[in-house]
Design a protein around this ligand. Structure first.
Ligand code: NAD
Length: 386
């Protein structure tokens, strides 16, 4: 019998379940490139389209876990030494956490988690786990690759348009009863003809490039792995060897690399020096890829014309976090990868991984980040331990 400790974000302030806007979600048969959507053997413990990522939703895991004799603890109380998370961690076999409301598995916490064998990310991005410490302690780390990649790509496209066209302030004028056309348009441009570049062109980055192709933007990317020539020519992609080179050419820049020690703080004052005046920066990857205060300075100086994203550090962000109040921002709480559509996929993927792990069956390599003391699968391709 395993003890499963699951950290999820709190229920809606209006209560659970919420009033749903729609009755169904589309059925997605497979991901781009042909990877299959999650295929758990057991029946799903939820109705696709329902709110699964908050505490009462429990990712729909309780029926499966209890039917098989396992214990499930679900909490949103995750920070501080007196938290429910810290209380249960020492005898947990499996920890499940979502990047939106991360249970930070630091080296200290891993030291205390003597029974922990699996750190499972419900979603994508396992940087809230100290991967080096997990590897050293023989803890496996897994996530549901592709489950919310398209959800995030759609959010990025929305933010590119929102920032460049000055949508958010213009909407606010309308809500406030105004008709200030001149105020609305004095920072509004077309994206057509602009240069867009993504740093990191994995699942999300490539999906963004494909979607922006139809807006007649010039497309650039910087990656560890260069795309095949036929992909580059089909999308008209220009490859850059360094982030500095890419930002010097682009008007709109998207960050889509994982966070690991050597990508932390990639966007600092020095990087902003390489950018054109009036650039836009989108970051749905991780807050710590950017120097918090350098972003604020770049917006105030006009180097950046706008910054949007949904990732912060820490999460939840404190009320006084400067990204809440800096000018020309399109920030949201971390929500792009947790649409109801995405939740159905990552909850099913979490069930698939649990079934595999608890029944000693192999977990799909694309879901694995750390296993057997080292980076493997997607972890080996996308992360570094230093
Ligand atoms: P992915 O693994 O498919 O792609 C990551 C890409 O980054 C890989 O192709 C890798 O080669 C590249 N890369 C790694 N280090 C690099 C470096 N130093 N320079 C250039 N390229 C580098 O992952 P994905 O699904 O595209 O997701 C990317 C990231 O987005 C995740 O790691 C996560 O942090 C974030 N994410 C956020 C949300 C959200 O809700 N906001 C949801 C999913 C993922």
């Amino acid at each position: 019998m395993a003890k499963v400790l699951c950290v999820l974000y709190p229920d809606p302030v209006t209560g659970y379940p919420p009033a749903y806007a729609r009755d169904t979600i589309p059925v997605i048969a497979s991901y781009p490139g042909g990877e299959s959507v999650p295929t758990p053997v057991s029946p799903l413990g939820f109705r696709p389209g329902s709110l699964l990522g908050s505490v009462s939703g429990e990712l729909g895991l309780r029926p499966y876990l209890e039917a098989n004799g396992h214990e499930l603890i679900v909490t949103s109380d995750k920070d501080g030494a007196d938290s429910t998370f810290d209380h249960h961690l020492p005898d947990a076999d499996i920890v499940i956490s979502q990047p939106f409301w991360p249970a930070y598995l630091t080296a200290d916490r891993i030291d205390k988690a003597k029974k922990l064998k699996l750190a499972l990310t419900a979603g994508i991005g396992s940087d809230h786990v100290d991967l080096k410490a997990a590897a050293a302690h023989g803890i496996s780390v897994a996530e549901e690759t592709y489950s919310n990649s398209i959800s995030v790509a759609e959010h990025v496209v929305m933010m590119v348009l929102s920032l460049v066209r000055n949508y958010l302030p213009a909407h606010q004028y309308a809500v406030n009863g105004g008709w200030n056309i001149a105020d609305c348009v004095s920072r509004s441009y077309d994206v057509e003809g602009m240069h867009f570049g993504t740093i990191g062109a994995g699942r999300i980055g490539m999906a963004v490039l494909k979607r922006l192709k139809s807006f007649d933007m010039h497309l650039h990317y910087m990656e560890r792995y260069q795309q095949p020539e036929e992909v580059e020519s089909k999308l008209g992609l220009q490859f850059h060897a360094t982030p500095e080179e890419l930002v010097a050419h682009c008007d709109v820049i998207n960050l889509q690399v994982p966070l690991y020690p050597s990508t932390e703080g990639m966007f600092n004052d020095r990087m902003f020096d390489h950018m054109k005046r009036g650039s836009y920066l989108i970051n749905t990857a991780r807050g710590k890829l950017c120097d918090r205060d350098a972003v604020v300075r770049a917006l105030n100086s006009g180097k950046l014309a706008g910054y949007a994203g949904d990732v912060w550090f820490p999460q939840p962000a404190p009320v006084e976090h400067p990204w809440r109040s800096m000018p020309f921002n399109g920030m949201t709480p971390h929500m792009s990868g947790s649409s109801l559509s995405a939740q159905a996929r990552y909850a099913a993927g979490t069930l698939e991984i649990l079934e595999c792990f608890l029944n000693h069956r192999p977990i799909r390599p694309e879901y694995l980040i750390v296993d057997g003391g080292q980076l493997v699968g997607t972890g080996e391709r996308s992360y570094q331990l230093a």
